[in-house]
Design a protein around this ligand. Structure first.
Ligand code: ADP
Length: 353
């Protein structure tokens, strides 16, 4: 069998595909290999002679999830092209490699004659991504202990200074250190949560709990820190049961309240309420702050995204983590806002009886 283009196309196109630096593989409708280019030979270690006429199952590593193939054939059998983010195949020497693959059916009278696979070797890309996740997770973990010790020591000195009536400057400096350490702890917690979300490590513990209690508890906590703002809690029902991780839901509400405080002027009010409709509980946090332009309202939930501001007050991870937590509770999180006129953040959770 010759490694030749199986169908009539211009010589130029054949040349382009043969010399492409990305791997190309063509099979017939039964997935028998009929053509591979040089880049594909280089990637897999096979020569064209060794694979022509063989079925593509020769390349399978058994590490691509079954549902990827199911989706792939579901699409291809409708004569539509398919793109997969990640397929894991096996080289001639048994080493696995990861590809992003786009497969195009070539049709004749509505029947597939060939499938053209344009591939991209993403093994290095994925390895780097893994390393980055591990690095973030390990760094956050290593930073936690020394910073917690520093925080405890500072608080102990601060308490002593206050009791002994040390000079005002000393106390004020200790308070500044304490605030900055608190910010650092928050950043490290966000980094560690984000890494855990990415690596798919156990993140939530589900149980039935009363959302109203969590709201009261969180608002009380926030009131202690945010003395600059008035937090107004709406009249709440006594019991709204939801299934989820109460600590993580508290984290979401705390994050929305912290943002409401960060992005609105002192002495303004922040309104917190809870409504139930169609078996859903909807919590809202409304501020009278700087607002968010319409064009940014979706992307603020993306990782590391921050609307440009003069004061860098965070990492851009809070809303991303909140969105991921709510998503894992089968709920939704969204915002309505007008620039300069305040923002209202909402999240919904399914109510259970
Ligand atoms: P961070 O606050 O650490 O920057 P977040 O993920 O919590 O990260 O928020 C992302 C961005 O969304 C913020 O940088 C800010 O620009 C915008 N934002 C969030 N909450 C509000 C709010 N209540 N009012 C105005 N802007 C907000």
């Amino acid at each position: 069998m010759k490694n030749r283009f199986p169908f009539e196309e211009s010589k130029v196109l054949q040349l382009i595909i043969a010399s492409s630096s990305d791997p190309v593989l063509i099979t017939d409708s039964e997935t028998k290999i009929v053509y591979v280019n040089h880049a594909w030979e280089r990637l897999t270690g096979y020569t064209s002679k060794e694979v022509l006429g063989k079925m593509t199952r020769l390349l399978k590593s058994n590490r691509t999830p079954k549902n990827v193939y199911k989706k792939m054939w579901g699409t291809l059998l409708q004569n539509k092209p398919f793109t997969s983010e990640k397929l894991v195949d096996k080289k001639k020497n048994g080493v696995e490699y990861q590809i992003r693959s786009s497969i195009y059916p070539v049709l004749k009278n509505d029947q597939p004659l060939y499938y053209i696979q344009l591939q991209k070797d993403i093994t290095k890309e994925k390895k780097l991504e893994e390393l980055r996740k591990e690095f973030t997770s390990a760094t956050a973990h290593e930073l936690k202990t020394p910073i917690t010790v520093l925080k405890l020591l500072t608080q102990s000195h601060l308490n002593k200074a206050k009791k002994q009536g040390s000079d005002v400057v000393n106390t004020h400096e200790l308070e500044l250190i304490d605030t900055e350490l608190e910010r650092l702890i928050q950043l490290i917690n966000d980094m560690s949560d984000s890494a855990r979300l990415e690596t798919g490590k156990q993140f939530l513990t589900f149980e039935k709990f009363n959302l109203v209690e969590v709201m009261h508890r969180t608002v009380q906590k926030m009131q202690i820190y945010a003395t600059s703002h008035h937090i107004v809690l709406d009249e709440l029902p006594s019991n709204v049961q939801v299934l989820g991780d109460s600590k993580r839901i508290e984290q979401v509400l705390l994050n929305l309240l912290t943002n409401a405080v960060k992005y609105s002027p002192a002495d303004t009010s922040i309104f917190v309420s809870l409504n139930t409709q169609h078996n859903k509980a909807i919590v809202s946090v409304q501020d009278q702050g700087i607002g968010i332009p319409k064009s940014k309202q979706k992307i603020i939930f993306d990782k590391y995204y921050q609307v440009k501001s003069k004061s860098k007050v965070g990492f851009g991870l809070g809303l991303y983590i909140s969105k991921e937590i709510i998503k894992r509770h089968k709920g939704k999180i969204w915002v309505t806002s007008q620039k300069g006129k305040g923002s209202s953040f909402y999240f919904s959770l399914p109510v259970v009886s």
